[in-house]
Design a binder for this molecule. Structure first.
Ligand SMILES: O=C(CO)[C@H](O)[C@H](O)COP(=O)(O)O
Length: 226
């Protein structure tokens, strides 16, 4: 399969990030194409003798990690994670993120919250001045769907339910995703705080103060924002 320029950047960022993983670490494994490169690299390192245990941010990631010989612990039973490596849909230099393009935002947020060192790996396309060109994913408990949808409109977001392959998208937790377009977001912390108040909204994709560093590959070099 031909490797695209963007894939080469994702792989380079992943390779740079896995260097921070040490023997004995509990490692949080993200979800998405960039995180997958990191998981594959960790699989090689484990085959070569690295001793780690992992926690997965999605069912897909858990299966992948196990297939590569990485031991996977239950996220819900952990009090901390030493280091996590995940991707992002957008990030700013203040380390605010939008995540959840793959629909794994709830477990990804718990994973980041548990992590002593939370590394985000990206290609160069993910860096923005202001968040918001990428719609904010919102995970909704089905019984609260219409209520939360209406609340998104009240908060100024154009909301659409996520559909994938002509079917309503269902998360690993059995919930729906609403993608909410708030335009470019001047104050991500304020919007995150307003979203946190909405009953029935399990998680939203604005990540504030949850990232230790972003490692972004430009192809030529790895830029680190921390
Ligand atoms: O948040 C995520 C999944 O919920 C991903 O990390 C995000 O969508 C980036 O994915 P990719 O590395 O494939 O561009």
């Amino acid at each position: 399969m031909e490797t695209t320029h963007q894939d080469a950047e994702k792989l380079a960022a992943a390779k740079a990030a896995v260097k921070f993983v040490k023997d004995g670490d509990i490692v949080g494994l993200g979800t998405g194409s960039t995180a997958t490169f990191a998981i594959q690299e960790l699989g090689i390192m484990v085959k070569n003798g690295l001793k780690i245990k992992a926690a997965a941010s999605s069912i897909h990631t858990e299966k992948l990690a196990k297939s590569l010989g990485i031991e996977v612990l239950s996220l819900g039973e952990l009090s901390f994670i030493d280091i996590s490596i995940d991707g992002a849909d957008e990030f700013t230099e203040s380390l605010d993120l939008i995540k959840g393009g793959g629909g794994a935002l709830f477990r990804e947020k718990i994973m980041a919250s548990l992590s002593k060192n939370s590394i985000i790996v990206t290609d160069a396309s993910k860096k923005v001045k202001k968040l918001g060109a990428f719609k904010v994913p919102v995970e909704v408990v089905p019984q609260a769907y219409q209520y939360v949808f209406n609340q998104m409109l009240i908060l100024g977001g154009k909301a659409v339910q996520r559909i994938k392959d002509n079917e309503v998208f269902i998360t690993d937790n059995g919930n729906f995703i609403i993608d909410a377009d708030f335009g470019l977001i001047d104050d991500p912390a304020k919007l995150a705080s307003a979203l946190n108040q909405v009953d029935g909204l399990l998680a939203h994709g604005i990540f504030i103060n949850l990232t230790s560093k972003v490692m972004m590959s430009t192809g030529d070099q790895i830029m680190v924002f921390e």
